[in-house]
Design a protein around this ligand. Structure first.
Ligand code: HGY
Ligand code: MN
Ligand code: MN
Length: 409
């Protein structure tokens, strides 16, 4: 039975991956058109598992499986439904599909708590440059600043919500009820650790903090053929010097990762010196002090390089998300559940950010990681193994039973 269900989980994820803004790739950003098809598929699977389904004002898909009594507290199981551009089929959606399958595995049996499976509308931060819109709505921490953020077309978050047919004035109703047992997120590891350890599952002890900065170097565009090298204020050359420095700084600081994933040079012609160069910075570390100090050093370096080259610099910190520890009691229960299914559980710190780090501010949170073959993620070749999904279903089922036992005590 678990093997069949694991095969279904993987099949469902691959089916959802076809709902995309880009034919031939998986690209699905906040409340874009393909999200409706994802909601339709998941709603059908949720309803078949005996869940009442709704979409909240932040575009989160929410399926409720009632508990044994009307006033039962709620266990949330969730992850995100949006993706990065050219994504794989499992980052985010796997946690939602496994949540539905765990409910289906109850086969109508009621637990002493309700289960609410949530497919968050936006976690990656691709469309508006700031992540976690969906989980902030559940946590009740969405603020006017975020709702006013604009995408590349100048559309605000609140406008995008209206365009999807939802009402931003009802965002308060998206907030999780106070009687929550906790939040449980299953997610691919997206890195090489579990594969190196030859283990299918890992229990998350903490999620690394991350900062995201929009950087812009501004000089003077000019003729590539007639402008002497000493007379240039080349924004792209300035950004290039800084990007090399970013890589060296991260490689030289234990446990630090820093990435410039996007660069836009303007006006962007072969025979024109770039007058403006915008770049993104994503910097992470398990220790917030080390991350912030490194972020500040990179800002100082950018200012020094810009000044030396006669450029101006804009440095806009878009996100400073502190590292978050998972709930120790739930992590211990999850570890016992994994071991009860005959597997060794290892604790690991997640370098990837997750909705759990936002929801953890509202209720106890726990995460179970599944091995990422090749450590590949944020890439079309991202995958999971059938046996590892079967193991996650068994461990997730044992975790629910353990929670039910403690709820009855
Ligand atoms: O960027 C991340 O860490 C996650 O995939 N959103
Ligand atoms: Mn991701
Ligand atoms: Mn993810």
């Amino acid at each position: 039975m678990p093997a069949d269900r694991a095969c279904d989980v993987i099949g469902w994820c691959r089916a959802l991956a076809r709902h995309s803004e880009e034919p031939g790739f998986t690209t699905r950003t906040f409340l874009s058109a393909p999200m409706r098809a994802v909601h339709a598929d998941l709603s059908a699977w949720m309803a078949r598992a005996g869940m009442d389904v709704r979409v909240d004002a932040a575009g989160n898909l929410r399926g409720v499986y009632p508990g044994s009594s009307p006033d039962a507290a709620t266990l949330f199981i969730g992850s995100h439904l949006d993706t990065v551009p050219h994504a794989g089929a499992f980052d985010g959606v796997l946690g939602v599909v496994i949540g539905i399958m765990l409910v289906d595995m109850l086969e109508g049996r009621r637990l002493p708590f309700s289960i609410e499976v949530v497919g968050f509308s936006e976690e990656e931060g691709v469309r508006f440059g700031v992540p976690f819109i969906g989980s902030r709505a559940l946590a009740g921490t969405l603020d006017e600043d975020l709702l006013g953020r604009r995408d590349a077309a100048g559309i605000r978050v609140s406008d995008a919500i209206r365009e999807f047919g939802l009402d931003p004035s009802r965002l308060g109703a998206a907030r999780a009820a106070d009687r929550a047992i906790g939040y449980f997120e299953l997610h691919i590891e997206q890195g090489p650790l579990l594969e190196a350890l030859e283990l299918p599952l890992g229990v998350v002890d903490a999620i690394a903090g991350q900062s995201r900065v929009d950087v812009a170097f501004t000089g003077t565009s000019g003729h590539a053929g007639t402008t002497p090298m000493h007379a240039r204020r080349d924004a792209l050359a300035g950004a290039a010097e800084w990007i090399g420095h970013v890589e060296r700084e991260a490689a030289g600081t234990r446990g630090l990762v820093a990435t410039v994933g996007r660069i836009d040079a303007l006006p962007g012609a072969t025979n024109v010196i770039a007058g403006t160069c915008r770049a993104s910075l994503d910097i992470r570390h398990a220790d917030d002090g080390i991350r912030i100090a490194a972020r500040n050093r990179l800002g100082d370096a950018a200012r020094e390089m810009a000044s030396r080259r006669g450029l101006t610099l804009d440095w806009d910190v878009r996100l400073d998300q502190a590292a978050v520890k998972m709930n120790r009691r739930l992590a211990a229960m999850l570890t016992r559940a994994v071991e009860r299914t005959g597997m060794r559980a290892v604790a690991l710190t997640s370098g990837a950010g997750h909705d759990a780090m936002i929801v953890a501010g509202r209720m106890p949170a726990a995460m179970l990681m599944l091995r990422s073959p090749g450590g590949i993620s944020h890439h079309p070749s991202e995958s999971v193994l059938d046996d590892d999904v079967a193991a996650a279903l068994a461990a997730g089922g044992a975790f629910l039973e353990e929670l039910a036992r403690t709820a009855r005590d």
